[in-house]
Write a protein that binds this ligand. Sequence first.
Ligand code: PLP
Length: 408
Amino acid sequence: MHKRGYYAEFGGAFLPEILNATFDELEAVFEAAKADPDFWPAYQDVMATYSCRATPLTFAANLTRHFGGARIYVKREDLNHTGAHKANNVMGQGLLVKRMGKTRVIAETGAGQHGVATATMAARFGFECTIYMGEVDVERQRPNVFWMERLGATVVPVRNGTRILKDAINEAFRDWVGNMDTTHYVLGTACGPHPFPEMVTYFQSIIGREARRQILEREGRLPKRVYACVGGGSNAMGLFSGFLDDPVELVGVEAGGKGLASGRHAARLCSADASVGVAQGYRTFFLQDSDGQMRETHSISAGLDYVGVSPILANFKQSGRARFEAATDAEVLEALSLTMRREGLIPALESAHAFAQAFKEAPDMTPEDIVIINQSGRGDKDIFTIAEAFEDPAWREFIKHKAEQYDA
Ligand SMILES: Cc1ncc(COP(=O)(O)O)c(C=O)c1O
């Protein structure tokens, strides 16, 4: 065992002996990149020329009018290449993989966004690529599986455990232990053993750095609150990073699923169902039973359906630097509908959690107050889930018709 990278009592690196050298190498390359004055500009250039950065900060005039309270802005991470903030992290880690001289990347994915982003990065940089994905998520996110395979990645459906994100992470670690010399594990969120929480936050901080500059340019003042959904915590840490030293309230929104009282949710920071433990190489709040067995989680959004959470956010919860709330599946669908109808924006189901919470609070603020919502991704990937939730009859007919065509 080997411990480092703590945020108060959270974090660390609880690693099997065999991975120590690999983590030492990764940490050294990351530290050297941070210290290299050319690295961040080179990263920004990749993101500007390949992934549409800087992403816009959109004033949501219609939603602002609708709620009659705070001025609502939306940070448009959905406009990244591959449709989500995940691109920021994978392109950054890809540059580190080049520096390490490795030739293969592996990743876990829940919603499939991180898998598609990693497969895209691998195609662009010429790496071999294997993606681990829980079997349940493979079913929920078939379009993303299709794209990963078309991009040249091998997608491995994970049939262990509850067959979702945490099981995919375990499987990716298993692969890594056997292939460390050639392979880098592109962890997709601000979780896992040190240096991943810090490293993923570093790359995602591009969101907050831009958002702070953009709001000051546009309004000449800082927002009162910023909202981001919380799966592992990377888009939240990305946005929050821009406002850590400011008098800005940071609001993280977890998956309330069927409601906190139902036990069918994925709320680790705002429910009484989580407790501190060590798993998957780090210490944080986990949804676990009194024997330390991981509980089943539930969310309408695959990307928030995870038992652990960033140790940096766990520390923010403990210190009070951020506030954590939950939005239920039903609230999320309502927020999504309203955002589509009023603004023509289609947030991912994950991102719609942040919208739902902001909508609960915006009417109680004044027009002098500004809020920023992170639209971490676009909802196209969720078309099957959303169409089913809305019981869209025409969509149902379309699917039936397609199925008949395949049978014919
Ligand atoms: C669009 C989108 N938003 C948010 C998340 C949650 O991840 P994180 O908490 O790391 O931002 C995901 C995860 O797949 C996602 O696809």
